[in-house]
Design a protein around this ligand. Structure first.
Ligand code: SAH
Ligand code: SF4
Ligand code: F3S
Length: 473
């Protein structure tokens, strides 16, 4: 008996239905790289493929369609695609030999957008290349690929890229767990001199607030307790308000806070230049806006910040952090850092160390500068030697790790709310998130997944906290 997706029409109920081919039982395997936006987009692609009868599988060898949702941010990220394709080709060949049918291979995401046709040339095994602006066309593009055409779709459409989304999603409600992403803004106009995102994701576009509210209400109705608003520059959000005006992210958060059933809001990633007063007020006044902010500074030296085109100084950033902390004193800060940007001297790098010591972060991501084709910094003559980059990264990560440990240790002995998300490593254990985005392990029954419980933190693990549940709903 073949597996029939639950919401697919069945032969028994409608034997005369002519269009059954659209609901053939097929499997799609999606592997996601890069940022949370890609995670969200992968779900969106799976939703739209469900309308073609594809259901997700976690086993690549069972898949009729494999999609790699790729990232182009650093060289290593982009290289992963080609090495993964080698492995996929073997699975595809084995599947064909075992008589399991043909496997189609698609490349989505930012490598697809950046390299387009080049992927088809370099990797003959690829059937379909689709950029982030064209996901709404995926079912049609797949039809073409299934009929033997190799398809490349990386045009930036003229129409609003979000306008077509709700149709593609229709009423498909795949289960999303207790915490969900929701894209409110896509693209970036900031053009930091090291970054590919403005080229792969296009110009900033914000979704109308009414669309976002509707999607958040649907998520809440499906049992989602925590929503993280996503955007490449999420706090640059400027969308149409329900009454035709203009809302920033702050206004949007105040409205989303009214939705029944939503208990936690977060947003990421933000840019220091777009923290406005309403957003500060949201941090001050909204309990459900979690006290955690990812606000990348990238570097400390004013010279480097200028060359990066970040459009703010060391002092601007530190003053901003002071204002945020006076609005929400318990806020945990997170950041991104780049070491070895072209022309970065030892003194410049010390400024990065200084700003980290001055601000203190609860968590952070740090990277060696990676020259990206087509970005201005890649053409600079002052590229920094690999060994120097490595040494700086080592020192910076050491400091950031210490700060993270100190922050986690400061929570031992305290009580906090934890949203229980999934089973833990040991039987009888669940893992959840603290308001500050720390992983917390607790002994608790599985039925409590999706609940917010009060936990007393007993111990510090290497990557998480251990606690005892002291109150439950
Ligand atoms: N929109 C976000 C960043 C998105 S990219 C922001 O402006 O903060 C995520 C992170 O990758 C960046 O913050 C940066 O630290 C890092 N990154 C981007 N381009 C890079 C490059 N060419 N080399 C090394 N790190 C890079
Ligand atoms: Fe890239 Fe800068 Fe835009 Fe962030 S703000 S996505 S780092 S160009
Ligand atoms: Fe990577 Fe594209 Fe996200 S380059 S970080 S997947 S926007």
């Amino acid at each position: 008996m073949p597996y029939v997706p639950k919401n697919a029409p069945s032969n028994e109920r409608d034997p005369d239905k002519a269009d059954m081919t659209a609901f053939e039982d097929k499997k799609v395997f999606v592997k996601t790289y890069g940022c949370q936006m890609n995670v969200y987009d992968s779900n969106r692609m799976m939703d739209s493929l469900a309308t073609k009868g594809y259901s997700p599988t976690e086993a690549m060898e069972d898949a009729d369609l494999v999609i790699l949702n790729t990232c182009h941010i650093r060289e290593k990220a982009a290289e992963k695609v080609y090495s993964e394709l080698g492995r996929i080709r073997q699975v595809k060949e084995k599947r064909a030999k075992d008589g399991k049918g043909e496997m189609k291979i698609g490349i989505a995401g930012c490598v697809a957008q950046a390299e387009g046709q080049e992927i088809i040339r370099r990797a003959p095994v690829v059937d379909l290349v689709v950029g982030p602006q064209a996901y709404h066309k995926l079912p049609d593009l797949l039809d073409k690929a299934n009929h033997g055409t190799r398809v490349v779709e990386t045009d930036f459409p003229l129409e609003d890229k979000f306008a077509v989304l709700p149709d593609a999603r229709k009423e498909v409600t795949r289960k999303r767990g207790v915490s969900s992403f929701l894209t409110v803004q896509e693209g970036c106009d900031k053009f930091c001199s090291f970054c590919v995102v403005p080229y792969t994701r296009g110009a900033e576009v914000s979704r109308p607030a009414s669309q976002i509210i509707h999607e958040a209400e649907k998520l809440a109705a499906a049992g989602v307790r925590e929503v993280t608003l996503l955007g490449q520059n999420v706090n640059a959000y400027h969308g149409e308000s329900p009454d035709g005006g203009d809302w920033g992210l702050g206004e949007l958060l105040f409205r989303l806070a009214e939705i029944d059933g939503l208990d936690r809001l977060r947003y990421t990633t933000s840019h220091p230049r777009d923290m406005d007063d309403t957003l500060m007020a949201a941090h001050r006044d909204l309990d459900i806006l979690m006290p955690y902010l990812h606000l990348p500074v990238q570097a400390g030296s004013d010279k480097v910040l200028k060359a990066m085109n970040r459009q703010h100084t060391y002092d601007d950033y530190v003053r901003l952090i002071d204002r945020i902390r006076s609005a929400r004193p318990d806020i945990a800060l997170s950041g991104d850092f780049i070491v070895g940007f072209p022309g970065e001297t030892d003194e410049d790098f010390e400024e990065t160390m200084r700003i980290v010591r001055e601000v203190t972060y609860a968590s952070a991501y740090s990277f060696k500068y990676s020259p990206r084709p087509g970005t201005p910094a890649a053409d600079s003559e002052d590229q920094i030697e690999e060994a120097i980059k490595s040494e700086r990264l080592y020192r910076l990560q050491d400091l950031l790790a210490q700060q993270q440990k100190d922050f986690n240790a400061s929570k031992v002995g305290t009580e906090m709310t934890v949203l229980l998300e999934r089973k833990g490593r040991e039987p009888g254990q669940l893992v959840g998130k603290s308001p500050w985005l720390q992983a917390v392990q607790v002994d608790a029954a599985e039925e409590l997944i999706g609940e917010i419980v009060t936990v007393k933190v007993d111990n510090l693990g290497s990557n998480s906290l251990f606690g005892t549940m002291i109150d439950r709903p």
